[in-house]
Design a protein. Structure first.
Ligand code: CTP
Ligand code: ZN
Length: 156
């Protein structure tokens, strides 16, 4: 490790678990909400926000120790952190590295902004959105969410 890397290392390396790297700056807490990680579980979680990345960029990083997140769990993150990489770490080594993939449908994570939508009614119905190239569409009422997707994520 170079001197420079050393200075850049803000959060310690982990022994076993998952590192979600290259998260869009400012989105780390939304990542935790989507993954339903709130510190009440057994796993140790570290978050670094607004870390310099590359020449001009910034990123967030989330490290979850003792838990290997699977691809389905992390794919929903593609909606708010499309550049994220998923690193599975065992015995301090990155043994698997992948990008998040856009899923075709997202179940239960987003809430429909249309107050008349049956999924937003008193009867709890799992929300269902199909993923478009530039947003998502409610399967019940066809409402499309494009911008501010993160605001519609149910952090329940
Ligand atoms: N990491 C960690 N603990 C380890 C190994 C790696 O926390 N035991 C973190 C690194 O700090 C980095 C990420 O996992 O944030 C990916 O590690 P690595 O593949 O070694 O880094 P890069 O090659 O820089 O990754 P990329 O090319 O994806 O930017
Ligand atoms: Zn709807």
């Amino acid at each position: 490790m170079s001197q420079d890397d050393d200075h850049q290392l803000r959060v310690s390396k982990i022994r076993d678990g998952t590192v979600i790297d290259h998260v869009t700056a400012g989105r780390a807490l939304t990542v935790l909400a989507i993954l339903d990680i709130d510190g009440s579980g057994d796993e140790t979680v570290s978050v670094a926000m607004n870390v310099p990345s590359g020449e001009t960029g910034r990123k967030d990083i989330v490290k979850v120790e003792g838990r290997e997140l699977n691809q389905d769990e992390v794919d929903v993150l593609s909606l708010i952190a499309p550049e994220a990489t998923i690193n599975i770490v065992r015995e301090y080594e990155v043994v698997e590295k992948s990008r998040v993939d856009r899923p075709e449908v997202v179940l239960g994570v987003l809430s429909c902004p249309n107050r008349n939508c049956i999924s937003a009614g008193a009867e709890p119905i799992e929300s269902r959105f199909s993923v478009l190239t530039d947003g998502v569409r409610c399967a019940y009422c066809e409402t499309i969410i494009r911008a501010e997707l993160a605001e519609h994520i149910d952090v329940g």
